[in-house]
Design a protein around this ligand. Sequence first.
Ligand code: LMR
Length: 327
Amino acid sequence: MKSPIPGLCALLLAALPLTAVQADVITLRFSHVVSPDTPKGRGALLLQQLVEQRLAGQVRVEVLPNGTAFDDASELQALQDGKVDILAPAISKLTPLSPKLKLFDLPFLFESRAALDHFQARSSGRQLLQSLEPNGLIGLAYWPNGLKQLSARKPIREPGDAKGLIFRIQNSDVLQSQFETLGATAVKLPFNQTLQALTSGTVNATENTWSNYWSQRLDQQQRYFTETNHGALDYMLIAKAERWRALPFSVRSTLEEIIDQVTFEVKKQSEAENQRDRGRIAATGGSEILTLTPDQRNHWRDAMRPVWKQYEAEIGSALLKAAENSN
Ligand code: LMR
């Protein structure tokens, strides 16, 4: 039947404010502290893009990069307060909440990226994704960034060369112990304060992945890099459990499928992105990249090994064993 007042509905719709028309669209705010051109930055943008394709009109993802909305000192609280919905902090920064996650910070524990991926995909690794439940958080996925290297204003070849240096570290007791074991000092600082701290001399050394060094141009303050690959910088994609579970079931399932797809892509691309940025640092000619001989690498492993013992009780020897078995 023809409407008695043609065009009235259309007119009414046009008069409604945009927000009312879009009232049912769920906005998920994804805040992170790195640049868009890094493994995590690209992962966040891919998530946004896939959500736009598959959940158009139902969900939109707003990406807040570079720590501009919340830095890593404030983002966890922002998640709890519902000011953001998704974060991907480095696992190191979650260790104050879940001591078992300290496992991932133990230096030289995993012998290869494949071993770490294997561990994360198996039951012990999957269970650790749920270890933030007592804090009201849910772990959705592990995203890799890359392997960590050391840097300083002087060459570091042997463990003894780190003695007396002041390293900027992430908020992790294991990383603090790692450097203190070497006779160095460790200062916990948010990521976005690192460049400033290196420039002012508050710290004179650090550890990070090639992509994080390059995207912040930390290399301009660090003449020497040592390619130690002594640990991984991985992220845990997290949400507030209450908020996540309140999403309509079909939306949540699609989001989980999308997250799997993005995780696959981040895993595929991250190593290449880090190697690209290693190349960029080398090409500036301003920094020197030192590589370790097998003997030197053994010295580093031996020097840092006591840190495992120090944290074994907190982590649990079964978990430690499961991680070693992945090698
Ligand atoms: C750092 O603080 O060095 C990293 O956790 C930053 C990041 O999110 O990659």
